[in-house]
Design a protein around this ligand. Structure first.
Ligand code: MG
Ligand code: MG
Length: 258
């Protein structure tokens, strides 16, 4: 069942979303050669708690940290640790904040110093996938429109769209119905209705869409072919007035839409 939120519940999620967004900005500002992912995790946890939120990832199914930090060919779910960022890396940072009973979930991929043009293009296409998907988070549309939009941006340009990990409903729980594949057919799946809230998260690779779980830690997910991967995510509400991106810092009304 897809849980719909009331206007006041969406407002609460919006407040939490500001914390999530500010946390990701702070992390991005701290990304530099030499910093460890564990240090980034500490920055995030202190910030989230200082703003009255709770890092939702910590303890989630036993996950040991407040953020996911996934460098280079790691797609998602990286456990922060002693990995030290290097010039030319990319690092995907994923943050979930619980605030006033609701979760918001957002991610970004950041270049560490100068990166090759091919890497910049990967980040760019993944951002464009998220923008295209956001436009489909609208009342009257279908769930399949979202994945279709992502696939239609990435695949014609030769990128891989990860299939075994999905976008998802989000609200009182981090993972609610529905699961939303990042590929699909337009006009298929449930109708989108006001009050639905989704964490839309394209994961795009320079290679194929196959993935590999690191069995040593049980969390880290890599591209199977070792290619670079990028990951951007926003929590977005369906409203009467169009998509409402909840995980942004700047004031934004539903009226102004995406
Ligand atoms: Mg996330
Ligand atoms: Mg998510």
């Amino acid at each position: 069942m897809i849980v719909r939120k009331s206007r006041s519940e969406l407002e609460a999620m919006r407040e939490g979303g500001r914390i999530t967004a500010a946390c990701l900005r702070l992390l991005s500002e701290n990304v530099r050669p030499g910093i460890t992912t564990k240090e980034l995790d500490r920055v995030a946890e202190e910030f989230i708690r200082g703003r009255g939120g709770r890092p939702e990832f910590k303890g989630y199914e036993g996950f040991p940290a407040s953020i996911c930090a996934s460098p280079n060919n790691m797609i998602v779910h990286g456990i922060p640790g002693n990995y030290r960022l290097r010039e030319g890396d990319i690092i995907s940072l994923d943050v979930g904040v619980r605030y006033e009973g609701f979760v918001t979930d957002s991610a970004t991929t950041v270049a560490v110093g100068e990166v090759p043009a091919e890497t910049k293009a990967l980040l760019d296409v993944t951002r464009r996938c998220l923008v295209a998907a956001t436009e489909q988070v609208r009342a009257g549309g279908h769930l399949g429109d979202i994945g279709h939009a992502i696939q239609s941006v990435a695949e014609p340009e030769g990128y891989g769209v990860v299939r075994d990990l999905v976008s998802h409903g989000v609200g009182r729980r981090m993972h609610e119905d529905p699961q939303i594949p990042n590929y699909g057919k337009r006009g298929t799946g449930p109708r989108l209705l006001p009050g639905m809230t989704f964490a839309i998260e394209p994961m795009i690779t320079l290679g194929t869409y196959e993935i590999r779980l690191d069995k040593r830690d049980g969390w880290s997910i890599y591209t199977a072919d070792g290619s670079l991967a990028a990951h951007y995510e926003h929590t977005i509400a369906v409203t009467e007035d169009g998509p409402w991106v909840l995980t942004r810092e700047e004031p934004e009304s539903a009226e102004k839409s995406a």
